[in-house]
Unconditional design. Structure first.
Length: 382
């Protein structure tokens, strides 16, 4: 959890960072994210009632704000502007989910089973129950009190800080808190506090947002999203992220993880589909990171042997490529087919991007790029 210590000048601290952030200082923007991330995720969570979706939406809000930061004339407008971006994205998320839902529970169940045939039934029950508890707790509250109570517990019970982050008076915050507490039974208040604190974004959230900034130009010139980062395939990126310079690899690896994760999740309709993909993808990427560490260790233990480095690298390529060409298609093929049935024209474009990222073409390009790197290193005398 990343609740900020009580500080009535939180708005001033954000405003002090804005000039540097507008000039393209990513560290300054990262500090703004750290100071305000509890608020943006609470706003999104109050609307979506989905913890993972709320964090994805908040990340997207920060990236969108970064792109347009150069247009912001008045620093005092930043927080209201960021809140509105977050709310709009959260409402768009809900509309998109409703529009994409497949009619009938039988269809949902069939697709979920096809998407994750190896999943553990007991774990699915636990995940479903956790999601329902979160949604039920939030639903018990009045609409205008949800984000206030979430943020109150995430910010360590500091009502003035909540007021500053949400653009309310301290009296209004206290009034909404009182109304929220009256809406919940005493036992539910304790559960809600634990839920609010336990689901708060941490340092990893800030790191992911800052990593994503590298795919955009400076705020004053920002005009588009990342280009070319997914075209070379996940395997090559995962390897370079572990074998390159430490700082650059962390940023590039985190950015790749976030972008590719969003690419997969755009195909999902149900919570079961989402969890099945996240379970596979996060484990796959963790294995890639561990494999990258193995490559570095093999290189160091062998006395910087080029042969050992090549063997370890090829082993990593095989370990990364096989799941992408075997397990992932079992998860994705039903979702890709459904997307093609709904929107044939748009699905063709999305399918090309998917193929260049996770398909055979993407894996081949990524592997060839890594092998080419090994050849170049060898020709240059290591």
């Amino acid at each position: 959890m990343s609740a900020i210590a009580a500080d009535p000048s939180l708005e001033d601290r954000i405003h002090l960072e804005l000039p540097a952030a507008r000039d393209g200082d990513q560290a300054a923007y990262g500090r703004i994210v750290r100071l305000s991330q509890n608020a943006t995720t609470a706003i999104a969570l109050a609307i979506t009632r989905d913890v993972q979706a709320s964090q994805d939406i908040a990340q997207e809000a920060y990236l969108k704000a970064w792109q347009q930061l150069g247009r912001l004339q008045n620093p005092t407008s930043f927080l209201p502007w960021l809140r509105q971006i977050t709310r709009n994205l959260a409402r768009d998320h809900l509309r998109a989910r409703r529009d994409r839902l497949v009619a009938g529970e039988v269809a949902d169940l069939a697709i979920a089973q096809a998407a994750d045939p190896d999943s553990c039934p007991m774990q699915r029950i636990i995940d479903d129950e956790s999601g329902r508890v979160a949604a039920d707790l939030i639903s018990e509250l009045p609409d205008d009190s949800r984000e206030v109570l979430l943020l109150y517990y995430r910010e360590g019970g500091n009502s003035r800080q909540v007021a500053a982050l949400l653009g309310l008076s301290d009296a209004a915050v206290r009034k909404r808190l009182s109304r929220a507490r009256r809406s919940l039974r005493e036992d539910l208040i304790a559960r809600f506090r634990d839920f609010a604190e336990g689901s708060a974004p941490g340092t990893a959230f800030t790191v992911l947002v800052v990593a994503g900034l590298g795919s955009f130009t400076k705020p004053a010139l920002a005009a588009g999203a990342a280009g070319g980062t997914i075209g070379s395939g996940v395997a090559g990126k995962a390897l370079f992220g572990s074998a390159g310079a430490a700082g650059a690899s962390l940023v590039f690896g985190a950015l790749t993880w976030w972008l590719c994760r969003k690419l997969l999740l755009q195909y999902t309709d149900t919570d079961d589909e989402r969890r099945a993909l996240l379970r596979f993808y996060d484990r796959w990427m963790l294995a890639s990171v561990i494999g990258g560490a193995f490559v570095g260790l093999a290189y160091a233990v062998s006395g910087n042997s080029y042969t050992a480095f090549c063997i370890a690298t090829v082993t990593l390529l095989v370990a990364i490529t096989l799941p992408a060409l075997t397990r992932l298609p079992r998860l994705m093929n039903p979702l890709l087919a459904r997307d093609a049935a709904r929107d044939p024209a748009g699905a063709r474009r999305r399918a090309r991007i998917y193929e260049l990222t996770f398909g055979r073409t993407g894996m081949l390009l990524g592997n060839l790029m890594v092998i080419g790197m090994l050849v170049i290193i060898g020709l240059r005398g290591h």
